[in-house]
Design a protein around this ligand. Structure first.
Ligand code: ACO
Length: 697
């Protein structure tokens, strides 16, 4: 896949220059100096030879085939070069040139025209506005980056060229090897999706790293990432985490959703590991590229000082790793050579006077304990220890170990050389214990994701005809918001359990409805214009008799008329009062990139303040629905506290899956809330008490 980009037999640089200050010179120089083995063709109408290679005035004049063309001519000339590519049957092109979509409408038009033409000619394009590409296996550096990474197992793609340069510099500084570097630029044609898929098939890439600002085709991204993650970890740092999209939202779900939630959900659902900082990105990359995945969550910590050990233990506590106590047999073996003052639990503290020999013996014993799945070695540079000798011992023992071993040699001057030894031998070395634990945590999370059985999807057959009728009639009335009775019909069409209710236009009708339903009842204003009813005094609960019904009817209708004079009032909804349960909120919102997104949270009036909600992209698998429920901070409240009966989690899960089905069946729904969904005690289900939907045409 994309073979001509990464392993071409011949490369042409269109816009190659003899002027060493031009990018066209730098790219050609990189291709030549890093020993690309195929044919190289500089293209320049004014030169006969550049950097020792015969130059050609245009692509057509080149005698042989050209697999890859790197275009580095001003933007106004790019189209003409693309035409030449078509004529010469060059099917792979990297456009370095800037001045397209990123500069505004004029550049956008040019880019669109270019995309259309390239597609028509069957040409695949990386860029424009990019730094280029590098493949260390084919020794191709078709970029104007400074330097060439060592061969290695990390494949990297980035939307930002500057980020490519930064990562490359880090890689050179740390001796970290890379398989491929791809600067995606404006992603006119080739996006991260195809790059991930190409790296899936690249034997030299073990871990895929990415920097992303936006993902345009969310659905395809998820399908591709989910597939690739089955065999190779993908770690992405996503910038631009603000929730601009939430500004105009009218539902709770819309107000709480931002594009960042969509990215987080999509990453979680497709197995992508999200790095929260550049430090994480580098840290995870080192661990994944050099170490085997841990077989389980149990980590052993070896340290010669208490403080760093405690910091690491605290970090473990916040992660999914287990600091399992060292079992007796292992502790007894350690006692044979460690001083009595050492700690034989976990962290194993081999105390301040520990020598390199003590480190080596301890690590040897710990590696033999099958109950411990990974090892973190902490070292503070005391006078007693030769940190370089410890580094060599770790390198030696790691060779025959199937467990991940990672290290934190604290300090700087005293441990610099030891760290270098570790890095040179592919042992991850971190500055701080928290970073090391975070990397191990990412590894175990990834392993768990990969080992999960295939996700289960349930299909719910709703009365789609009925819902379509409701939506058509609303659109015909030039409305977008469903009134409650319409929203209830939609939910009823998908077999949600609903409280019994009646619409009453007069006080008399309300009293009759209440006595038919049975006291106590709930009364709610029925109006398409009042969206947050309780905020507007449009909801009364626990109404016990006819007199209270009359009073509530009067207060509610006159109150709304006063507060929102233009609101259309269709009457009052009299509803059965569900006696017991925990209030939760379920919602739909539609993300520009990823499509329908489902929200779950503890309901009630504080939902927007507490923001204790979880999101996933629809369609939800049964496992995703479960994970959403368990992910919120207040989940223990649903399980029941102080002798309370646990809430019916099954009922919530079923409702989430049904709502996901609605979101998939009806793309015209842009926002929806079921708020509250009243969750009865375990085994008794959940009742959708109130709902609102917003649709567009
Ligand atoms: N065919 C072949 N050669 C051509 C053609 C053509 N159709 N048109 C021009 N050339 C030659 C020129 O004669 C020149 O060669 P010369 O030095 O021998 O005269 C060479 O191609 C380059 O053309 P120039 O007009 O000199 O253009 P210049 O090199 O100044 O700029 C460039 C071209 C680099 C593509 C510029 O337009 C540009 O886009 N710069 C920004 C690139 C960038 O930042 N990309 C994103 C990087 S990612 C990041 O942020 C790090």
């Amino acid at each position: 896949m994309l073979q001509h980009f990464f392993n071409p037999s011949s490369v042409a640089v269109v816009g190659a220059s003899q002027n060493p200050h031009k990018i066209g010179y730098e790219i050609l120089e990189n291709i030549i100096q890093y020993k690309y083995r195929g044919a190289v063709y500089p293209i320049n109408p004014k030169a006969d030879e550049i950097l020792g290679h015969k130059a050609y005035p245009d692509l057509i004049s080149v005698p042989g085939n050209i697999d890859l063309a790197v275009i580095v001519v001003p933007s106004a000339q790019v189209m003409e070069v693309i035409e030449q590519c078509g004529e010469k049957e060059v099917d792979s092109v990297v456009i370095i040139t800037a001045g397209f979509k990123e500069i505004g409408p004029e550049g956008s038009h040019l880019e669109e025209a270019l995309a259309v033409r390239a597609k028509a000619l069957g040409i695949r394009v990386v860029g424009p506005n990019c730094l280029g590409i590098i493949d260390t296996t084919s020794s191709l550096n078709a970029s104007f980056a400074e330097g060439m990474p060592l061969p290695g197992h990390i494949g990297f793609f980035s939307q930002s060229g500057a980020m490519c340069v930064a990562i490359l510099d880090w890689a050179l500084g740390q001796n970290v090897g890379f398989s491929r570097f791809v600067s995606l630029g404006n992603k006119m044609d080739i996006s991260e999706v195809e790059i991930m898929l190409s790296m899936e098939h690249d034997v030299n890439t073990r871990v895929i790293l990415g920097y992303s600002e936006s993902i345009d085709d969310g659905a395809n991204f998820m399908v591709a990432a989910r597939r690739v993650c089955q065999t190779k970890p993908i770690i992405i740092i996503k910038s631009g985490t603000t929730s601009a999209g939430a500004k105009a939202a009218s539902s709770h779900t819309g107000a709480l959703a931002g594009s960042d939630h969509a990215y987080s959900a999509a990453f979680k659902q497709s197995g992508v590991i999200r790095a929260k900082s550049m430090q994480d990105l580098f840290g995870y990359a080192m661990a994944f590229a050099t170490q085997p995945l841990p077989k389980g969550p149990s980590v052993a910590i070896i340290t010669n000082s208490g403080g760093p050990g405690i910091l690491a233990a605290d970090a473990c506590d916040r992660s999914s790793l287990h600091l399992t106590p060292i079992r007796k047999e292992t502790a007894d073996r350690l006692r044979e050579f460690l001083p009595p003052a050492a700690s034989f639990y976990n962290p194993v503290d081999i105390i301040g006077d520990a020598t390199e020999e003590r480190y080596e013996k301890t690590l040897e014993v710990i590696l033999q304990d099958d109950m411990l799945h990974s090892v973190l070695i902490l070292l503070s540079p005391t006078a007693a220890v030769d940190s370089e000798a410890v580094a060599y011992s770790i390198v030696k023992l790691a060779k025959n170990s199937e467990k991940p071993i990672i290290t934190v040699f604290m300090g700087e001057k005293g441990v610099r050389r030891a760290r270098r030894i570790l890095q040179d031998h592919s042992i991850p070395s971190y500055e701080y214990p928290e970073d090391a634990i975070s990397a191990l945590d990412a590894m175990i999370s990834y392993r768990r994701w990969r080992e999960k059985p295939p996700r289960q999807y349930k299909h719910f057959k709703g009365d789609t005809r009925k819902v379509r009728q409701i939506f058509s009639s609303i659109i015909a009335q030039h409305r977008h918001d469903l009134i409650e009775s319409e929203a209830r019909e939609v939910l009823r069409a998908y077999q949600f359990r609903l409280p019994e209710n009646r619409i009453a236009k007069t006080t008399k009708e309300a009293v009759r409805a209440a006595s038919e339903i049975g006291y106590p009842v709930v009364m709610k204003i029925a109006s398409p214009d009042v969206l947050h009813k309780s905020d507007m005094g449009g909801v009364r609960v626990g109404i016990a008799n006819g007199a209270q019904v009359e009073e509530a009817f009067f207060d509610m209708t006159s109150g709304i008329r006063l507060r929102q004079p233009d609101a259309r009032i269709l009457g009052v909804m009299v509803q059965e009062m569900i006696p017991q349960g925990k209030e939760v909120i379920l919602g739909i919102t539609r993300d520009m990139q990823f499509g329908p997104m489902i929200m779950f949270g503890l309901g009630g009036i504080y939902v927007e303040v507490l923001k204790d909600v979880s999101f996933r992209i629809a369609p939800l698998s049964v496992e995703s629905a479960d994970a959403m429920i368990r992910e919120i901070r207040s989940f223990p409240l649903l399980r029941g506290v102080r002798g309370e009966a646990p809430a019916d989690i099954e009922g919530i899960r079923d409702s989430l899956l049904r709502l996901s089905q609605i979101a998939i069946d009806f793309p015209e729904i842009i926002e929806a809330d079921i708020n509250p969904l009243l969750v009865c005690p375990e085994g008794q289900g959940a009742v959708a008490v109130d709902a609102r939907f917003t649709i567009h045409e």
